[in-house]
Ligand binder design. Structure first.
Ligand code: PMP
Ligand code: GLU
Length: 397
């Protein structure tokens, strides 16, 4: 069977693949500790579940408007005003089946072969493949721990050409946990505004932020930046609702209408029941978020210290999201059982084979010196995982 060249141009999502692999090994009886999946391990709050049950009981189980029910659009408008000081109308909001779907839709309605799209690296695995699927050319701006994994205005300026259509900004970031400050965003906005480049602002980790860091959206800096920005967000991470599949975009009416047209030809509306749950998530009591973030912070502090105690591993303190992205390259060139470790994939494979620990190779995020661990798992698992990684690294010679 000859499949399309389009589908052959991309790879399966590595973050989802590692979770499937870890689960398969567990089913075979192996005691694998998973640091792969980027999803909160908490249950969806009861009030949200109850809203979904009510929707089912009331028979709210049919098609809805393609771009989402009015109650959810209004809840999103209220949230964007309350949390981000951004004003949108209903025709500037479209609800999709998860922020991943939202991002995919955006890349499909905006990009084509002649376009370039700037992606700061390390990047979330799916940005690259989504841009490739759209036919556009991804332009990667590399960053390293010395610059705090953040792009500078100068790097951005150099990357922009006459073909540049957009830049993807993800703060707090997956996989580094980096958060851009207000002055940093202002400096980037100056370059972006001058060159009239669109911004896709992926705010999915907005609420998972630590210490005294504050979330800021580039769209809120000026009317001009709002006109150039498409805000992407969802309920997956903030309310531990990964399985419900609700994400949304807020942005210029023309782009939102194009997404709605595309969606009318593929998924139709996002699930009616999940939409009712998302209304409750956004409008209801927000206290579960603080409780979740407090717990994540404890785990972050523990895992960063534990990783930095391992000879050959160094890890930056993330300021948001629930990932650590340690540099393991000092272990490259070392050998175990005659096998040499030369890359992040070799290192991840070694940890899985020898230590029963699942992590994601940094190469999938654009940086082969690092690996990614999600600490959205219990402190007990994290403690055991760190013991196993320490022993595995000490065995290398
Ligand atoms: N953006 C980033 C950076 C992510 O890590 C994720 C996690 N899957 C998403 C978007 C998509 O989230 P969802 O589709 O569950 O809303
Ligand atoms: N975003 C999460 C992660 O990076 C979930 C998996 C995915 O959608 O990629 O692990």
């Amino acid at each position: 069977m000859k499949l399309s060249s389009r589908i052959s141009s991309i790879k399966p999502s590595p973050t989802l693949e590692i979770t499937v692999k870890a689960n398969a090994l567990r089913a075979e009886g192996r005691d694998v500790i998973g640091f792969g999946a980027g999803e909160p391990d908490f249950d969806t709050p009861d009030t949200i579940k109850k809203a979904a049950v009510k929707a089912i009981e009331e028979g709210f189980t049919k098609y809805t408007p393609v771009d989402g029910i009015v109650e959810l659009k209004d809840a999103i408008i209220k949230k964007l005003k309350r949390d981000n000081q951004l004003d949108y109308t209903r025709s500037e909001i479209v609800v999709s089946c998860g922020a991943k779907h939202t991002l995919y839709n955006i890349t499909q309605v905006l990009f084509e072969e002649t376009d370039e799209v700037i992606i700061p690296s390390p990047y979330w695995v799916s940005y690259l493949d989504m841009v490739i699927l759209s036919g556009a050319t991804p332009v990667i701006i590399g960053t390293d721990p010395a610059q705090g994994f953040k792009i500078s205005p100068r790097q951005l300026e150099k990357a922009i050409t006459a073909k540049t259509k957009a830049i993807i900004i993800n703060s707090p970031a997956n996989p580094t946990g980096v958060v851009y400050t207000l002055p940093e965003l202002k400096a980037l906005a100056e370059v972006i505004g001058e060159k009239e480049v669109l911004v896709i602002s992926d705010d999915i980790y907005e609420k998972i932020i630590y210490d005294d860091m504050h979330f800021c959206n580039i769209a809120s800096l000026s009317e001009e930046m709002k006109r150039l920005t498409i805000v992407v967000n969802g309920v997956s991470k903030t309310y531990s609702m990964t399985g419900w599949r609700i994400g949304y975009a807020a942005g210029p009416e023309e782009i939102v209408a194009a997404i709605t047209k595309l969606q009318s030809q593929n998924t139709s509306n996002p699930t009616s029941i999940s939409q009712c749950a998302a209304v409750e998530a956004l409008n209801g009591n927000q206290s579960s978020i603080g409780e979740m973030v407090d717990e994540f912070k404890k785990r972050r502090d523990f895992i960063v210290d534990a990783l930095n105690d391992i000879p050959g591993i160094s890890c930056m303190l993330p300021q948001g999201a629930f990932y650590v992205f340690p540099d393991v390259s000092a272990c490259y060139g070392k050998v175990y059982n005659g096998k040499k470790i030369s890359s992040s994939s070799d290192f991840a494979a070694y940890l899985l084979d020898e230590a029963n620990v699942a992590v994601v190779p940094g190469a999938d995020f654009g940086n082969d010196k690092h690996i990614r661990l999600s600490y959205a798992t219990s402190l007990r698992h994290i403690e055991e995982g760190m013991k196993r990684i320490t022993n595995a690294v000490l065995k290398l010679s």
